[in-house]
Design a protein around this ligand. Sequence first.
Ligand code: ZN
Length: 268
Amino acid sequence: MIKPLMSLVIALLVAIMASPSQAQKRGKRMGEMQERVVERKEYDVKATGLAPIFPEKFSCDPIASPYGSPYRFDGSVRRQDRNSGLHGGLDISLNDGSPLLAVAAGKVIAKGEGGNLEGFYLWLLHAPADTGLPFWSFTKYQHLIELPSINVGDQIAVGQLVARSGLTGTVGPAFGPQGYPHLHMSLHVAPGPEFILGGEGKSTVSPKDGKLSDPMLLFMPADSKFDQAAELPDARKRLPVAIVGRDSRIHPAGSKVVWPVFCAEKPG
Ligand SMILES: [Zn+2]
């Protein structure tokens, strides 16, 4: 009885020792996962309740899941292992290939592909002079249909078409096999323009002293107490938002910050 058992143990040991490729594969997976963890920092996300009011004559694609929401666009509960299950950006449901617009003037600082839950993405940097706001704004557009053709370093104008929406990075456990075509836009506010580039493609942006924030902060008046948005009375949480019409004209004209997708003029 003992002899076959011993030989089984030896056979197992030999099998384990003789398969470093498995261990290497595991190691590679772990390495990738560790890299993902570096890229996907945990953030202290807190809902603000800020919501857009669009110009009356226009119909715009609304927020399907706001910043800080525990729910996805379809009302399902978000996975709990990221940001305590709270949404780190705002989602707008869109048809595949919808034009995405720069929310403000600025500069392209990175573009890349992040894989699952991120997809193709684009990072823009907006100076205080670009937005009229007292901080530097880093905006990120995710799940793009393809790597945007716009180049890193390019200057951009407010409302300029910078990318097209898609569903990259959404096919899988979170949104199912069909994926979910939408824009996930996130915002980091920072005291200055400095940032670090990391990740495999050196395209993951970490703004220096940046704070992940509700992108709706971009639409608050310049003299707002931005870190206290959640405490505002409900009436002041509804923010008039400037938009870009299908004719590429900004309404109201001269606005520095606009909705990131075109709005259609209502008939009549
Ligand atoms: Zn999202």
